[in-house]
Design a protein around this ligand. Sequence first.
Ligand code: ZN
Length: 228
Amino acid sequence: MIKTLLLTGANNHDWARSAPFCKELLEATGDFQVDLTENPDEALQDRAKLDTYDLYFVDYNGPHWSELAKTNFIETVRGGTGVTILHAADNGFPGWVEYEELCALLWREGTGHGSYHEFTVKMLDKAHPVTRGLPDMLGHPDELYHRMVHMHGAPYRTLAASYSDPATGGTGDIEPMVIVRKYGEGRIFHDILGHVWAGGGMDTFESAEFQRLLIRGSEWAATGSVTQ
Ligand code: ZN
């Protein structure tokens, strides 16, 4: 059983729908047990309890946490706790260097996106456990982040990417959509996809292919392999 702490409670996106959705999605596999906290700062205070988790699932883009919470988060990840970074979680914590290193690519000055539209997410890495055997996602409805800022020279591996079409307000470049890295002993699954506004549709999350990607990436971050 993959013990997961889902960190949420603040986001410019509709965390109140996406976070419970992701908890149910992961638990429906039978392989995850997810504790959802809307107060990450408090949940990250208890170091002994944190050591019981295999995975942090971050659906949070809000105020900075206390120094203790940040230190506990980073130290447990360095010690082997996996991390899933969902969409706007990579917008968060400007100036928190360790978190920026962990994400590797962040929404910072110069980053943007075109219109919400359907696009292809191409699986570039056929060898990695997360994307091995996965077909490209055709017509995936989402927001396509562009010009993500690579920070602190953090190493990462791109598993999937999309063409950002100028016709939909994009850059004309290939933009990374899924990246992974190791951070200390921790595996980081950084999923740049996953948009939902308050009051908007849940099309992105209703995509079976997107769900499969989230589950596989989270399992890999927690265990290093993929059975789903
Ligand atoms: Zn978004």
